[in-house]
Design a binder for this molecule. Structure first.
Ligand SMILES: NC(=O)c1ccc[n+]([C@@H]2O[C@H](COP(=O)([O-])OP(=O)(O)OC[C@H]3O[C@@H](n4cnc5c(N)ncnc54)[C@H](O)[C@@H]3O)[C@@H](O)[C@H]2O)c1
Ligand SMILES: O=C[C@H](O)CS(=O)(=O)O
Length: 484
């Protein structure tokens, strides 16, 4: 595998354009080998307050820039990221575990949000309102909300940051980001490139920490913070939303999922399996929109399972720096233990293990085999929790109504998928599935142009698309009188 020439490893906090060391530091490890990559500054609540103050000081000058000026420097950042995508991909793979090729793909995906929102900055329009009084005229302006704070997850260490930072900066906001403890290096590398291309000091600030609770308390309660955005588990999202209430922050939450993947008997089975492989095994299944519950029409169950099992045979599991790896290790020991628990419990309750169901010990404790379980039921934990691993859990259904009822039967509503060649069925089912995003004959649905987000306990708000900028803007109604 070709290795990049440039290293982008930064190990200190990034505040007000400066790299800030701390007395305490924490280790960042490679999940494939458990080797320590480096030690990173361990921020605390005081450092978080310092970062917010820097963002507050930087706000006026950044707000006063024109959308075209903000777009221009965002496009420079976009280009710098793409110019370093191999180094950024290798860095991400080392700290998160995904194959380098997939990591480079995430870098490109993450960069696409910056390019997209550079354009959205230039297309952010207000409105002229109908005249209600003879002597008055009214109009709407859209203004950046102010200082923002963000907390992001480890599974997509680059894109989950740019999906927030890009619209925030495009809207004229400044931001403080707490990256995940497991994968801070990707965030710090983004900040380095932002600084190199001229994004002003204090506009982007990064505070790595092992004390998420203390730093999060500051990011969600500080009076200078007007907007909080979170991507992570539903349980933590609920807690952080409560913490924001005291200062009425504008909140957007991208939370957990439990995506159904329904294959109707009208589907093209081979195409459905292709899409399921994407929706399940991307990032070793550690994806919020992974196909978590697979529903197969009982009329095609035997044929589908036979063909699917054959496809699993072809998957290559290996460390991220191995050529052609389809997926790598799970992020840590607790992730492996959760998958082992869910698979064991399912089998104890009657599920049938068709393939896999074990750690690939020859590769290491973190590597879990491609796994296929059949005869799963809705009452099993594996159908109620995010598996977050390379495990396909199959349930069957007799008719469309049963499939839809079962698919909608969880507190989550992030993504859903179904495969059908029947256009009437496609319209019926797409209108009844209760989720924020639907993939119909499509397992890959994450693009900067699309509106990413969930309903029910999967979140509030949308990221990407033409809807993503509004999460970082306030709508101001202005009325001018005395015109008679
Ligand atoms: N909807 C989406 O777009 C999306 C995307 C990626 C991941 N996720 C979800 O994230 C979860 C996996 O990521 P994770 O394990 O990092 O989730 P997590 O909720 O444990 O952690 C997410 C972030 O929150 C921080 N955090 C944890 N507890 C905190 C607290 N008490 N106060 C402040 N910060 C705290 C963590 O340090 C991390 O930075 C899954 O549920 C997945 O579905 C959702
Ligand atoms: O984990 C879910 C993230 O949102 C990743 S992606 O946007 O689906 O690639």
């Amino acid at each position: 595998m070709a290795h990049s020439k440039r290293s982008l490893i930064q190990t200190n906090a990034f505040i007000d354009g400066h790299w800030v060391p701390t007395d305490e530091r924490f280790s960042v490890k490679n999940p494939a080998t458990s080797e320590v990559i480096t030690e990173v500054a361990d921020g605390d609540s005081q450092l978080a307050e310092r970062a917010i103050d820097a963002a507050y000081r930087a706000l006026p000058l950044w707000q006063q820039k024109t959308p075209a000026e903000r777009a221009a420097v965002l496009r420079k950042w976009h280009q710098a990221i793409l110019a370093n995508k191999q180094a950024l991909g290798e860095l991400m793979s080392s700290e998160q575990g995904k194959p380098v090729a997939e990591a480079v793909g995430e870098i490109e995906y993450g960069a696409s949000f910056i390019d997209w929102f550079a354009g959205e900055a230039e297309r952010s329009y207000g409105d002229i309102l109908p005249q209600s009084q003879a002597e008055q005229r009214s109009w709407i302006t859209k203004q950046g909300v102010g200082v923002c704070t963000a907390i992001t997850p480890w599974n997509f260490p680059n894109a989950m940051i740019t999906r927030k930072v890009a619209p925030a900066l495009a809207a004229g906001c400044t931001i403080v980001v707490k990256p995940p403890q497991q994968t801070p290096l990707s965030a710090l590398a983004l900040a380095q490139l932002a600084s190199e291309v001229g994004i002003p000091d204090g506009v982007i600030n990064i505070v790595p920490t092992t004390d998420a609770k203390a730093v999060g308390e500051v990011l969600t309660t500080h009076p200078r913070v007007r907007k909080f955005t979170f991507t992570g588990s539903t349980a933590v999202g609920k807690q952080l939303m409560e913490q924001c209430a005291g200062t009425m922050k504008k909140v957007s939450l991208e939370l957990g999922g439990n995506a159904p993947f329904i294959v109707f008997k009208s589907a093209d089975i081979d195409h459905a399996i292709d899409q399921l492989m994407i929706a399940k095994f991307r990032n070793a299944g550690q994806t919020c929109i992974a196909a978590n519950r697979v529903f197969i029409d009982e009329a095609i169950e035997e044929d589908f399972i036979q063909r699917l099992e054959q496809r699993l045979e072809s998957l290559k599991v290996a460390a991220g720096d191995v050529e052609d790896a389809d997926y790598g290790p799970l992020i840590d020991e607790s992730a492996v233990e959760k998958v082992e628990r869910l698979v064991a419990q399912a089998q104890e309750q009657g599920a049938k293990l068709v393939r896999g169901g074990k750690v690939l010990t020859d590769l290491g404790r973190q590597f879990y085999a491609p796994t296929l379980l059949n005869k799963v039921t809705a009452t099993m934990a594996i159908a109620q929790e995010e598996i977050f691993g390379p495990v396909i859990a199959i349930q069957t259904f007799a008719d469309e109504e049963e499939a839809i009822t079962n698919a909608n039967s969880t507190p989550f509503g992030l993504a859903g998928y179904f495969c059908s060649q029947d256009i009437a069925q496609i319209y019926r089912v797409s209108e009844q599935l209760d989720c924020g995003m639907l993939g119909i004959n499509a397992g890959a649905i994450s693009h900067a142009y699309n509106a990413f987000g969930g309903v029910k306990e999967s979140g509030i708000g949308r990221e990407g698309s033409r809807y993503g900028l509004a999460e970082y803007q306030e709508t101001k109604n202005i009325t001018l009188g005395g015109l008679a």
